[in-house]
Design a protein around this ligand. Sequence first.
Ligand code: SAH
Length: 222
Amino acid sequence: MTILKPVDSYRHQGLRKLLVQNIRQKGIIDQQVLSALETVPRHFFFDSSFLEYAYEDKPFPIGAGQTISQPFTVAFQSELLQIRKNDKVLEIGTGSGYQACILAELGAKVFTIERQKTLFDRTSKFLPVVGYPTIKTFFGDGYKGLPAYAPFDKMIVTAAAPYIPEALLDQLKPGGILVIPVGAFDVQTMTTMTKNSDNTFNKKEYGAFRFVPMLEDKAKEI
Ligand code: SAH
């Protein structure tokens, strides 16, 4: 089956501008992040019957019990990553692929892992169709990172991690940044771990967010 590229109308572009203004008012100042959000059509990642929700600053179900993160959260995590052109970035939790596209717009070389087979299949086929053929998608367990492609300049976890996986810290370059929402229950604390040249870490915390859980069993064939 061929997947068709959805249409990005003037109306969608207008709604996107308003969304970006809203996010700027909520405190995102990185101009590159704001323009990436203005560039990537978030409605491409929604089922066509829900298009009107795509430009609200809210998370939304994407099937398989998962959600596309709230645009503010995507912007917040992206800002914390301080992406420089050609940074090698690992994302845990591909989901719809929206966050991966934002990272690609910021100039990152994106590697992204998803443990749900249905989402992995759907998103891997979809990303080249909407203009992001260079994003590398992997089916697997994000707790293990991606040793074959390590080390990474930056890492972003887009699911709630009950703790910070050691494998991710190991696979970060000196000077690298891991952005991860930590907490096992309803609310997580957005956390950054920056690796020093002597392999120690600086930890910073940035307030409360809500994510679907990062699941630890093996990747699921559903
Ligand atoms: N970044 C996504 C939002 C993802 S929601 C987007 O932009 O749409 C979190 C995703 O993490 C879900 O798709 C979930 O299946 C996935 N996930 C949960 N535990 C995981 C794990 N251990 N490894 C990889 N992906 C995981």
